[in-house]
Design a protein around this ligand. Structure first.
Ligand code: PLP
Length: 363
């Protein structure tokens, strides 16, 4: 019953597709005649193996992941990847390059400082993270082991539409907040990682797609749980994986395929984002989005009010109309509408109508 549910504009954990939640509900107590919930199954039993294998196969189909890439279902969030990447891809003295287009890229850089010699080769900080560099102007270190980017900065709403070519061939990308929101040419990357809790499932699952020839070079101090080789050799079943979360991701992948795959998903996402950005741009300055137009995120739309003292009222009134979690991140203020794959068009249309009403009342 749609009446029971709110439109949840949270940045993550975020809304999941209603049909996926209903399917999970129907299967919660007794998964497909097994007599067990997925939560109760052995992770080495045939039932769960069929679940994780199908999830991987469907993800491979969605992103057209080449055979020479491993898909890993891990734990620890994208934050753990900030350390796991340098621990596995370089030695303590190795230089690596970071392009910092927002807070998440900055966090990734800072964590890498503990394990290698990272350098920020471009930062958008002085422009309050509203832009992305011109790739040809990047001064990459030819010896850098990898080039790290965050393809969608969740807090600042800055998204890459295209990707820089790393001098040494290894591009590493944090795709946490735009994973599976559009087609991506995986072969351009050495490693892609994403926490599941925005576009593809509940928190607790972290997905890593890594070129197989990058696996197996971890630093000696690397804990077993942070070694890609261990997870790859054991098909993500070295220890007890986040079974239920992986099952949920699998249901989402099935749903995305049923929608026609990521080309169709991207079309829907573009349409939703365009509605909100148009409402902002056509408001004569009542609403503002600071991000450079060409790199505005399709997933996270940050905006402010010219009359900033009205922002609390905006958020409160929207919540009364069942549009929740519109408050911007505490570090930037204002509002933020996160409109991941599972946000229905109706939710966006309702928000845009609300924005217009609110403006009419207060202009
Ligand atoms: N990277 C990006 C782009 C994010 O949006 C987030 C969380 O919002 C993170 C990393 C951290 O992810 P996690 O909470 O899964 O560690």
């Amino acid at each position: 019953d749609p009446e029971e549910r709110v439109f949840n504009f949270a940045a993550g954990p975020a809304t999941l597709p209603a049909n996926v939640l209903k399917k999970a509900q129907a299967e919660l107590y007794n998964w497909r005649g097994s007599g067990m919930s997925v939560m109760e199954m052995s992770h080495r039993g045939k039932e769960f193996l069929s679940i994780i294998q199908k999830a991987e196969a469907d993800l491979r189909a969605l992103l057209d992941i080449p055979e020479d890439y491993a898909v890993l279902f891990l734990q620890g969030g994208a934050t753990t990847q900030f350390a796991m990447i340098p621990l596995n891809l370089c030695k303590p003295d190795d230089p690596v390059d970071y392009v910092v287009t927002g807070s998440w890229g900055d966090k990734a850089f800072k964590e890498a400082q503990k394990f290698c010699m990272p350098k920020v080769i471009w930062s958008g900080k002085s422009e309050k993270y509203t832009n992305i560099p011109a790739f040809e102007s990047l001064e990459q270190n030819p010896d850098a082991k990898y080039l790290h980017i965050c393809t969608n900065e969740t807090i600042h709403g800055v998204e890459f539409n295209d990707y820089p070519t790393p001098k040494n061939g290894i591009l590493v990308a944090d795709m946490s907040s735009n994973f599976c929101s559009k087609p991506v040419d995986v072969s351009k990357f050495g490693l892609i990682y994403a926490g599941a809790q925005k576009n593809v499932g509940p928190s607790g699952v972290t997905i890593v797609i890594i070129k197989k020839d990058l696996i197996g070079n971890a630093q000696e101090i690397t804990p077993v749980m942070l070694d890609y080789k261990i997870h790859a050799e054991n098909n993500s079943l070295y220890n007890t994986p986040p079974c239920y979360g992986i099952y949920m991701c699998g249901l989402v992948f099935e749903d995305l395929l049923a929608q026609g795959g990521l080309t169709e998903v991207e079309k829907k996402n573009k349409k939703k984002a365009e509605l909100i950005y148009n409402a902002i741009d056509e408001s004569n300055g009542f609403y503002r989005c600071p991000v450079e137009k060409s790199v505005r995120s399709l997933m996270n739309v940050p905006f402010t009010l010219e009359k900033s003292d009205l922002e609390a009222e905006f958020i409160k009134e929207a919540a009364k109309e069942k549009m929740v979690q519109l408050k911007g991140h505490r570090s930037v203020g204002g509002m933020r509408a996160s409109i991941y794959n599972a946000m229905p068009l109706a939710g966006v249309e309702k928000l845009v109508a609300f924005m217009k009403d609110f403006q009419a009342k207060h202009a």
